[in-house]
Design a protein around this ligand. Structure first.
Ligand SMILES: Nc1nc2[nH]cnc2c(=O)[nH]1
Length: 162
């Protein structure tokens, strides 16, 4: 869907995410804000808390997803829309996938984030561009019991799947 096709309600959600992001800068956090919306209702909001909480995973989208899950008492956000001031980074996109949100709406993109000094685009390149090597080595270690935990999982009849 193109940005131009967004409804005025969606535009208002995005505007709120940008407002949260801007307020968060003044509060000492990163310039990112997000909302989780279900049936037109804002379930939760989130801002970037990386430097405030000393948590590199505390991106706005992740904090919004965590807050929404707490508010709804679930780990599944199907039926929800994640609205964010900036295109989700690979971690936030993966979080949205794991949360099973129905849609993601964003305002600024990875190039805008790069212009502001953030590595979103560089990290996308690690996943999307085969010529880009991961700056962090990721190496497999050969062990005979590599599937031990998966075997335990498959054998557990009352496992909670997600
Ligand atoms: N989308 C997004 N990108 C980021 N890059 C660094 N922090 C963030 C964040 O909170 N959200």
């Amino acid at each position: 869907m193109s940005v131009d096709a967004a409804t005025s309600v969606e535009q208002a959600w995005v505007a709120r995410a940008i407002e949260l992001a801007t307020e968060n800068v003044a509060a000492g956090g990163g310039p990112f804000g997000a909302l989780v919306v279900r049936d037109g209702e804002v379930i939760a909001t989130g801002t970037n808390r990386v430097t405030v909480d000393l948590d590199p995973t505390a991106h706005a989208e992740v904090t919004a997803i965590r807050a929404a899950c707490r508010a709804l008492g679930t780990f599944k956000l199907d039926g929800c829309v994640l609205v964010t001031s900036c295109e989700p980074c690979p971690m936030c996109l993966a979080s949205a996938l794991w949360a099973r949100v129905d849609r993601v709406l964003f305002a600024a993109d990875r190039d805008d984030a790069a212009d502001a000094g953030f590595d979103d685009r560089a990290f996308y390149d690690v996943f999307e561009d085969p010529r880009t090597e991961s700056p962090t080595p990721v190496e497999r270690v050969a062990v005979p019991n590599r599937n031990q935990a998966f075997d335990a999982w498959r054998a557990k009849p009352d496992r909670v799947e997600y």
